[in-house]
Write a protein that binds this ligand. Structure first.
Ligand code: FES
Length: 666
């Protein structure tokens, strides 16, 4: 039999193919990534290819004009009805008749790469668990009685080689009308991760099906609604986690559950309702019905994980912090009462790493991939609990550290959440000790012309987490605060902005009539406690790894995106490293969720990686306390911070007053 050389680009895969073979079959024989939903019937157009004509010297091939069979009736019909781009052919219709080079455009590749949204986002190679399969089902026959489902199964087996799929009950109820509406042709959505049918659509479904990637945080629930074939984000949004009314931070929610019988169920209800409402909201924003959402991937910390699942988190509040399960979970969306999405939609929850290090940290590990780097990377996800990962391709360790909510603006005298009107950036002139600042919602500094008008709407309402970090670090750099964290008196510092408040001093950042925003001694103490916990956690992991420095530091989380690396290091939140190697990863947990949604192979990867991660428990590590105490100084009592000190000199001031000395002795 005659055969011909066929080369597919851009993969460069080549081989000899028998004359008359459809291009789609040739692609399958050569392991080329060419999509198909209709199974070669010439109606889905997913199999489009672009043949080249002429000489391809680099490939050693000359392609004749008749290397593929002429446009056939099916292609003509498709072109008339829907339009085929010039030069394109349907791979299931065009047959090989000579040596040929075929370009597979990105939209015809199943495993296409999705463009990065942010520079820090790793590209995603599409390999979704949910795929669509078009089938023609035999009509019922009185003489050979069999059920519609049995004939659908036969069709899936014959036309796609798919056997033993589960059809959930809610879809069985829809099967008959859908089959008849589609005149015995239907599109079946299959979750290949659990071999479950998750959607039935009459005839050929041309619109994409959708998936939700959810980052379920203790303060906010954020989600991306993604197209499961192209991978693009169709809508993104977030809502406040309604559990806040039961407690600002995680531990207060655990205690709410301990103190109030049925409290856990109340919180479960609240978070499930919010998630369901968010799905509806994002679908509306994308202009699609919420029931087109056939899959969700959820990442969250262990307490949120348990509350979402309806498991009382009480064990997470006490030693030895046992999780009900740390494994990845594959569930029906209905089991966690997501009712607005597809009736048979599936949910995948990433594995948890340990009792305090959740599926969100696993998602960060997936997104940042320290396991694929030679550099020793410290990844810090700052929240009420900081989740810390340290590692490289040889070894990975993780812990969590109880930073408390100070970094989120709580426990700070003028603290507030990051919202318009909150001070987010601060600079203090080291010679005059005069401050300038920026608030969320305006790009102007407070001493820029037009600042008052620009902030007239929002006002200046308080200081958010990144603002307080910058304020304290700038106060240290300007010699207003000493290494122990004491604010100097007006005489010591030389500015009337240092005001006596009770027995200690406060620095006046802003005043308008009676309204004042100060950084008090109490604020500095709260920040010192939080940053010491974070640093001590990082140092503990470094001890375990047997290193005294790290190559790079990645700040993850929405908050991490707003922290200035320089200020974080002056404060001593993070270990010393080259400032250029301290970067923000943006919402790495959310990106990790999206990766696991778009590529099912990454689920297996993270499940294996999580088993490899060594968990370090800060609560029982004797050296944690030691590190915590040493980290109380700004930036640190003993660690020298050589990279930071090469860039700046911190004033050598000490404001240890008698009263402070007495207070401390007592
Ligand atoms: S495979 Fe559907 S049109 Fe070719």
């Amino acid at each position: 039999m005659t055969d011909h050389q066929v080369i597919f680009m851009p993969s460069g895969k080549r081989g000899r193919i028998a004359e008359g073979t459809p291009v789609l079959d040739a692609a399958r024989q050569l392991g080329v990534d060419l999509d198909s939903v209709c199974g070669g019937r010439g109606i889905c157009s997913k199999c489009q290819v672009q043949p080249g004509v002429g000489a391809f010297p680099k490939l050693g091939l000359t392609v004749a004009a008749d290397a593929l069979s002429p446009f056939n009736a099916v292609e003509h019909r498709y072109d008339e009805k829907r339009g085929l781009k010039a030069g394109r052919r349907l791979g299931c219709q065009a047959r090989v008749q000579g040596d040929v080079v075929l370009d597979v455009p990105p939209e015809s590749q199943v495993h296409r790469q999705v463009v990065r949204k942010a520079a820090s986002d790793r590209p995603i190679v599409m390999d979704p668990a949910t795929r669509l399969h078009f089938v023609t089902v035999e009509e019922p026959d009185m003489h050979a009685p069999s059920g519609d489902l049995e004939r659908l199964r036969e069709a899936l087996s014959d036309q796609w080689g798919l056997d033993d799929l589960t059809l959930p009950l809610p879809l069985l109820a829809r099967l008959q009308p859908v089959l008849r509406q589609g005149k015995w042709q239907i599109t079946v959505a299959v979750d290949h991760d659990s071999d479950t049918i998750t959607g039935l659509f009459p005839a050929l479904r041309e619109a994409p099906v959708l998936g939700l990637a959810v980052d379920l945080g203790s303060t906010t629930i954020a989600a991306h609604l993604c197209d499961l074939s192209a991978g693009e984000v169709r809508a993104s949004g977030g809502v406040m986690n309604p559990q806040i009314r039961f407690g600002e931070d995680l531990m207060s929610r655990v205690s709410y559950s301990m103190m109030n019988p049925g409290g856990d169920a109340e919180m479960t209800r609240a978070v499930r309702d919010a998630l369901d409402a968010l799905a509806v909201e994002l679908a509306a924003e994308a202009g699609v019905p919420a029931e087109d959402i056939l899959e969700a991937v959820i990442v969250c910390n262990p307490v949120m994980h348990h509350l979402l699942l309806g498991v009382d988190p009480v064990e997470l509040g006490q030693s030895p912090f046992a999780l009900a399960t740390s494994d990845a979970l594959r569930l029906n969306a209905s089991e966690i009462e997501l009712t607005s999405v597809g009736a048979a939609a599936r949910v995948y929850i990433l594995p948890c790493i340990a009792g305090h290090v959740g599926a969100d940290a696993a998602a960060v590990a997936l997104s940042e991939a320290p396991d694929q780097a030679d550099d020793l990377t410290l990844i810090v996800d700052v929240g009420t609990n900081a989740e810390i990962i340290l590692g490289n391709r040889d070894r990975i360790l993780a812990c969590s550290s109880p930073t408390g909510p100070a970094f989120e603006g709580a426990q700070i005298s003028a603290g507030q959440r990051a919202a318009p009107g909150a001070i987010e950036r601060v600079q203090i002139d080291p010679s005059t000790r005069e401050p300038r600042f920026r608030v969320i919602g305006s790009a102007l500094w407070s001493d820029d012309p037009g600042f008052a008008a620009a902030t007239a709407q929002t006002g200046i309402t308080g200081i958010c987490g990144s603002g307080i970090i910058e304020a304290v670090a700038e106060m240290r750099m300007a010699g207003i605060v000493d290494a122990r964290g004491l604010i100097g008196s007006p005489e010591q510092v030389g500015t009337p902005r240092c005001e006596l408040t009770g027995r200690t001093h406060a620095y006046l950042l802003w005043q308008d009539g009676d309204r004042r925003i100060q950084v008090t001694q109490g604020d500095i103490r709260a920040i010192q406690l939080a940053k010491s916990a974070l640093y001590a956690g990082a140092r503990l992991l470094m001890d375990e790894a047997g290193v005294d420095h790290v190559d790079r530091v990645t700040l993850a989380g929405a908050f991490g995106a707003h922290i200035s690396p320089r200020h974080a290091m002056v404060l001593g939140m993070i270990p010393d490293a080259k400032l250029s190697k301290v970067t923000s990863a943006g919402n790495a947990a959310g990106h990790g969720a999206r990766m696991a949604l778009c590529n099912r192979g990454l689920r297996a990867h993270i499940e294996t990686l999580v088993r490899r991660i060594e968990k370090v428990e800060t609560a029982i590590a004797p050296r944690f306390q030691e590190h915590f105490v040493a980290a109380n100084a700004i930036p640190h009592a003993t660690d020298p911070f050589p990279h930071l000190m090469a860039e700046l000199t911190l004033p050598d001031v000490s404001f240890n007053t008698a009263s402070e000395g007495r207070r401390r002795r007592r």
